[in-house]
Structures are given as C-alpha cells and as structure tokens.
Design a protein around this ligand. Structure first.
Ligand code: ADP
Length: 449
C-alpha cells in the first residue's frame, strides 16, 4: 500500500539517475546510486567513491540484472527502488521481486504494469474505461486468413497489424491480397521478439500527431491528469523534440480525454506517474499505449504544470494522499525539450567518445538535465542521450525564440552530436507554425538530407 522509506536505490544511469538523486535529496531521502563498469570508468573524475559497482558494462549484467540490484539494495540498506525509465522500469516481474524483498517499488503495482505490457489487454482496459481507441477489435487475431480479412474489411483499409507484446512487430496492410503474408511475417517477428505470437489489428492512421497525457495517482484511489505533450517530432519512432502543451488542442476536448485517463487509472488501481499515448488526427484522440513509468520528456510538463513529477512519484510510493485540487487549471506558458544525443549528425549512428569541453546555457526559463561534464566518456553500451535542453516561456513563440538562442549557446566538443538537427527543427517554418505530424521530420530529412 505504499510505506514510508528514507532511502532509495536508483536502478538506472545517465541523466535520469541524476534527476532522481536530486529529487531524493530535496525530500530528505538518502539516494543510493549504482553504476556499471563502463559508467564508473566514464566519469569525468574517476577514482575512489562514486556510485556502487553493480556489474559489467553490458546492460544485461548490470542495469538489467535484477539479483544484483536487489543485493545492492540489501547491502546499502535502501528501502525503496526507483527504476527510472527504460531498463527494468516496465518489468512487472521486477516490481514484484522488489516488493517480495520487502522494499517499495517506486511505480505502479506489478498488476498494472502487466496489463499495460500486453497491448491487447491494455486496449481492452481502455475501452472499458471509455478512453477512445484506434478503431479495431481489442482481441487477438484468429488464425484463419479469411476471418482476418473479414476483420480488415470491417475496419476498412489501410489497417495495421501489431504484436500484443509491443511495437517491434508492426505492419501496414493496404489491400486484402496482402493480408495473409503480412500476418505470417508479423506473427513470426512477434514470436521471435516477445516469445508470443498474438497479434491484433486496427485502423492505420496516415497523418497523426503523437499527443500524450500525463497522469498522477496515489494509493488511495485519487488520480488526476496534469497536462498533455506533443511528441510528434520523431525519427524512426524515436522522439527528438517534445513540447507542452500540445498546440491547438481544444481545452474542452483535452479535459474530456484527461478525465477518461484518470478514470482508467482508478479502474486499474494505478499508482504514481504514468503516460497515456494517443495518436491525434482530425480533431480526434486514439489511444495507442500507456507507459507505466516516468518519461524522458516529463520536464516539459513539470515546467508548464508547476509540478515536480519525481517528488510526486516518491510521495505516492510513500503512501501520501494526493491533493488533486492542486492540479486544476490550464498549462502556464509553453515548454520545449530537445534531446541532445551523441550521434553522427548525418547518419544518426551513435558516436561515443570523450567530451573534451562542454558549455550549457543558463538564464531565465532554461533547464538542462544532464549527467555529463568535461572529461566524461560517452559509452557505446547505452543510449546516446547526453543532455536534455528544456526551455519555458510565456508563449509558444517566446519559447521557440528562447530555444533557438539556447541552442546557439550550447557547445559540446570532442564528440559528434545532433545539435545541428535541433537548430534545423527550430528553424523549420512548419514546426514553428505548430502541429506537424509524426512523419514530418523524416519527410524533411528525405527532401534535404
Ligand atoms: P511501441 O510499443 O513500439 O511504442 P506503439 O503501439 O506505441 O508501439 O506504436 C509505435 C508507433 O507506431 C506509434 O508511435 C506510431 O508512430 C505507429 N502506430 C502505431 N499504431 C498506429 C496506427 N493505428 N496508425 C498509425 N500509426 C500507428
């Protein structure tokens, strides 16, 4: 039910480990940091002390090693585990193992993680709570090809075939002649990726935006939504720039969708922070998935909703009662986040190496979440995110200008980064106008690489 604790093991690395560490210190909690060999060696000032060695560089032997993490919690006397994002953050078995060890998992109950990890179960739960979903049955596809074709006809082409296990198996089908092959290939991919062949089918939306709703829940049945974000600027399904609020969404519609998300949380017994991801097209929202963890892009909501989501997450895990009234009211101003990655600016291939010198901007409305400094070695073992540059300003136009200036004041020497890509995005008239769809960035890159 959530229990008081005074120390938190942070089962993660990089900028999010730093973010959670600071939140713990602000709340008077003792943070316990862990690090793999690569991360210990990569520190700008290696040597004695620093985070607890958790294992070799390969994630499977360190940040994904459940036994090692539980042991680290035991030897350091940590009473709670914060999983950050990625790694074990959406692993229901891990959440269960943490609780079975007598520790508090800073996240939702394992049962809620499990439902949302199964896309078909998730879609069913959302339909039951009145959250609008992409048209299509919330049921596994039958084996029989003729029956599958009938479902596709009922939905109307184009349709998308997706794996219940997640986004790795996914295929667009535009006509009935393609159905049988598409199903066979996607089923095989799903079997290999997730060990389970269940597929489902829904309408393929051609030009959607990605708009998501942040929720916050306690252990006592209280749930609120705290704003929405637009994450349509993507490359290969990876978000590059995010903003809050999502531009051009009618407040009454947002209120209706947000209220449904909060209701879904109450129905599934959710706790802590979570995100409902939607595709948004022609003024309608279509649920695609729920992320049962803190997200990379959470800062844009923090800036515009005036909330510290990590504080709230820790408080919820301690069993505190959420004062939902605090979250009433519209977003204040506008915020953007640029994900700064160590990657080749033209090929987008990860570009690890030693940062020779670094300078981040500062000043009103500027926030940088990072773990790097001069001398830091970016490891090839993990994702290439080295910093998040976040700006907040009274209007969207002010925030764009602020980001342009902030980007031009950012210097990272010694490794390749995607700073130039961000400068291009913030100079793109369509992006500046607002509301581009999820294909926009890739289309631009094809036109003028
Ligand atoms: P994942 O587990 O990989 O996040 P999602 O269900 O969220 O899987 O889908 C990943 C991406 O695939 C979405 O962000 C969107 O770009 C695309 N997608 C998923 N469903 C649809 C759909 N019905 N129509 C159009 N695009 C879709």
């Amino acid at each position: 039910m959530g229990a008081p604790f005074t120390s938190v093991l942070i089962a993660n690395r990089g900028e999010i480990a730093v973010r959670v560490e600071r939140a713990c210190l602000e709340l008077g909690l003792r943070p316990v940091l862990i690090a793999s060999e690569a991360d210990r060696a990569g520190r700008a000032t290696p040597g004695e002390g620093g985070p607890l060695a958790i294992g070799p560089s390969a994630p499977g032997r360190s940040y994904l090693n459940q036994a090692a993490i539980l042991l680290a919690a035991r030897v350091t006397g940590a009473e709670a585990v914060h999983p950050g994002y990625g790694f074990l953050s959406e692993n229901a078995d891990f959440a269960e193992a943490v609780e079975a060890a007598g520790l508090t998992f800073v996240g939702p109950p394992a049962a809620a993680i499990r439902i949302m990890g199964d896309k078909i179960a998730a879609k069913r739960a959302m339909m039951a709570a009145g959250v609008p979903c992409v048209p299509g049955p919330g049921e596994p596809l039958p084996e029989d090809a003729a029956a599958v074709r009938a479902i596709a006809e009922e939905i109307g082409y184009p349709v998308i075939v997706k794996a219940a296990g997640g986004g790795r198996g996914m295929r667009v089908v535009r006509e009935s002649a393609e159905v049988a092959d598409a199903i066979a290939i996607t089923r095989e991919e799903a079997r290999r990726a997730f060990g389970r062949p269940e597929l489902y089918m829904e309408k393929f939306l051609e030009h959607p935006r990605h708009v998501e709703f942040q929720v916050l829940c306690d252990n006592h049945g209280n749930a609120v939504w705290v704003g929405h974000r637009d994450c349509s600027v993507q490359r290969r399904h990876q978000k590059v720039v995010e903003e809050a609020p999502a531009p051009g969404i009618a407040p009454a519609l947002a209120e209706r969708i947000g209220a449904r998300c909060a209701e879904a949380c109450r129905q599934i017994g959710y706790r802590g922070v979570g995100t409902f991801e939607f595709l948004y097209e022609n003024g309608e929202f279509y649920f695609i998935e729920m992320n049962t963890r803190l997200q990379v892009e959470h800062p844009v909501t923090e800036m515009t909703a005036g909330v510290d989501l990590v504080h709230e997450q820790l408080r919820a895990a301690q069993g505190a009662v959420l004062e939902t009234a605090r979250f009433a009211g519209e977003a204040r101003g506008h915020a953007f986040e640029c994900r700064i990655n160590a990657e080749d600016p033209t090929t987008f291939v990860a570009a690890p190496g030693r940062i020779a010198a670094v300078h981040f901007p500062s000043g009103p409305g500027i926030r940088v979440d990072t773990h790097v400094s001069a001398g830091y070695r970016v490891s090839p073992y993990y994702d290439s995110l080295i910093a998040k540059l976040i700006v907040h300003a009274p209007t969207r136009a002010d925030a764009i200008r602020r980001m342009q200036v902030a980007l031009s004041a950012t210097r990272i020497d010694g490794i390749a980064t995607n700073l130039a890509l961000h400068e291009r995005i913030f100079a793109d008239p369509d992006f500046v106008r607002g509301g581009v769809d999820i294909h926009h960035l890739e289309k631009r890159l094809r036109e003028e690489p």
